[in-house]
Design a binder for this molecule. Structure first.
Ligand code: SAM
Ligand code: SF4
Length: 481
């Protein structure tokens, strides 16, 4: 994994004060001779969405700034951080099982510091579970307390009490160092939290209300990223369409204007955004995608269900027809757009007829890819206590049908690229064939092509020669620009 390290924009005073603990930890490690060859190692385990991946890059930035060196092996780490997800029960169970496995590491080396953060431990019941049943966990920190990690590490190194931070301070912490996973592809968080309260979703409870970073801070970060070699930048937010640019005192601008301003920056790069809520996907956003060459022609617009009855029960605040009208608008403005969606199967009360409405929407919308999930009850959300929870066998059977239809449509959609020339960012060596590179273009699927490793991090014109369900294959086009 490439080592890459960049500071985000200037910090607020509270965060700045907390980040002073970074130096305290570093000094402590230096005093104990834990530098250079002897530097202690950190390991981060991440679950969940892109926002969590972005948060883990901040955790990695903090670890590096404190003087730790990255390892991919938890058993050789002196600091283990687990960044958890709470969107589905499966993610929580998996995290708890992995944390359970760290007990033997702590048994072997009692000095190891283990911290758990993220959405799971932003719920009190889960933080309590870790406090009571996982005594080797040194600390937990909620999603609003990433900037408190240095203080928590310092406390653990000093042999202080175990700490369980549930501050629910859902603010914007600027100035946390970031150590990015990739030099060429970057997450750029533009806002945090969600106000939508879809009835099945835990996110608003564990990430707080919507708050936008200032346009100035985002533009500074985008400039630094581009100067540093980023060629594919994804603007991140739970509902990026609600971006208002102003919570921290900046000028109030919407996401379309923000995208125009980023596209006006010098440099050859591609801009993406996710996720859009259909009710807020504005004409201005669609126009920005259509008019800006730098914006990838990919729209992720989660429908969740094709049944009006279920959409109402989900509190999605659009009907299937209104959703489809949005798609028609997008396709009218960007005819070749790659369209993707999230769908939940087995929401409480979903009848066979409701499910067939969802399949009908898939047939109509012709998604390039669908991310589908079996409904998972989340304690504290309205849907968890709704009647008519759907038995697992029915949800699983529906899921199989949905997956089969999704794959069939995706296959048909992928075919349209065969014979065409696409501009692809070479991301790295293909996992399956070291002679091939893999990269991304406008289609959602990865694109594999034979090219020299020196092209990694560059755009390559690729002629597509074949389409499979999960990837496209091609070769460098004769003409490169
Ligand atoms: N903000 C985004 C949106 O509105 O589409 C996505 C956030 S959520 C982390 C990603 C996806 O997880 C959702 O689109 C939904 O399909 C799925 N999801 C959320 N809660 C779920 C639940 N309780 N059970 C199953 N899937 C769920
Ligand atoms: Fe969850 Fe709905 Fe917010 Fe997406 S828009 S994060 S699904 S509450």
């Amino acid at each position: 994994m490439p080592e890459h390290y960049i500071e985000s924009a200037a910090s607020d005073p509270v965060t700045a004060e907390r980040l002073e603990r970074v130096d305290s930890v570093r000094k402590k490690l230096e005093k104990n001779g834990r530098t250079g060859e002897n530097a202690p190692k950190y390991f981060i385990q991440t679950f969940g969405c892109q926002q969590n991946e972005a948060d883990s890059e901040r955790l990695a930035g903090l670890c590096a700034a404190m003087g730790y060196v990255r390892t991919d092996r938890p058993d050789e780490a002196q600091l283990i951080l687990v960044n958890t997800c709470a969107v589905r029960e499966h993610a929580e169970k998996k995290a708890l099982s992995i944390i359970g496995g760290y007990k033997h590491i702590k048994d072997k080396n009692p000095d190891v510091v283990i911290g758990v953060g993220g959405c799971m431990v932003t719920q009190k019941a889960r933080a309590d579970k870790l406090r009571n049943s996982y005594p080797y966990v040194s600390f937990t920190f909620d999603t609003g307390a990433v900037d408190r990690v240095p203080e928590l590490v310092l406390g653990a190194l000093d042999g202080g009490k175990r700490a369980f931070v549930l501050s629910e301070e859902f603010k914007i912490a600027e100035g946390i160092p970031i150590r990015r996973e990739s030099k060429h592809m970057a997450w750029l968080s533009i806002m945090y939290g969600c106000n939508n309260f879809c009835s099945y979703c835990i996110v608003p409870y564990v990430r707080g209300r919507e708050r936008s970073r200032s346009a100035g801070a985002i533009l500074e970060e985008a400039k630094a990223l581009i100067a540093d070699g980023a060629r594919d930048i994804t603007l991140l937010g739970q509902n990026v369409n609600s971006y208002d640019g102003g919570t921290v005192g900046g000028t109030r601008i919407d996401i379309a204007e923000l995208m125009h301003r980023i596209c006006a920056l010098d440099g050859d790069f591609r801009l993406r955004f996710m996720t859009s809520h259909p009710k807020d996907a504005s004409d201005r956003l669609i126009e920005a995608m259509a008019s800006e060459d730098k914006v990838a022609k990919h729209f992720h617009l989660p429908v969740q269900s094709g049944s009006d009855r279920i959409l109402a029960a989900m509190n999605r605040r659009y009907t299937a027809d209104a959703y489809y009208e949005k798609i028609e608008k997008i396709r009218a403005a960007v005819p070749d757009v790659s369209l993707t969606s999230d769908i939940i199967v087995g929401f409480p009360g979903e009848t066979e007829e409701d499910f067939e409405d969802t399949l009908a929407m898939m047939e109509k919308a012709r998604y390039d890819m669908v991310f589908s999930f079996i409904y998972s009850p989340r304690a504290g959300t309205p849907a968890a206590s709704m009647p008519d929870q759907i038995p697992r066998e029915i949800s699983s059977e529906r899921m199989e049908r949905l997956l089969a239809l999704g794959a069939k449509i995706a296959d048909e959609r992928n075919e349209r690229f065969v014979g065409r020339e696409l501009r692809v960012l070479a991301e790295g060596v293909s996992k399956n064939d070291p002679a091939m590179l893999t990269g991304r273009g406008d289609p959602v699927r990865p694109i594999h092509f034979a090219a020299d490793r020196s092209r990694i991090g560059q755009f390559v014109n690729v002629t597509i020669t074949g389409a499979k369900t999960y990837c496209l294959e091609g070769e460098p086009a004769p003409r490169q620009d």
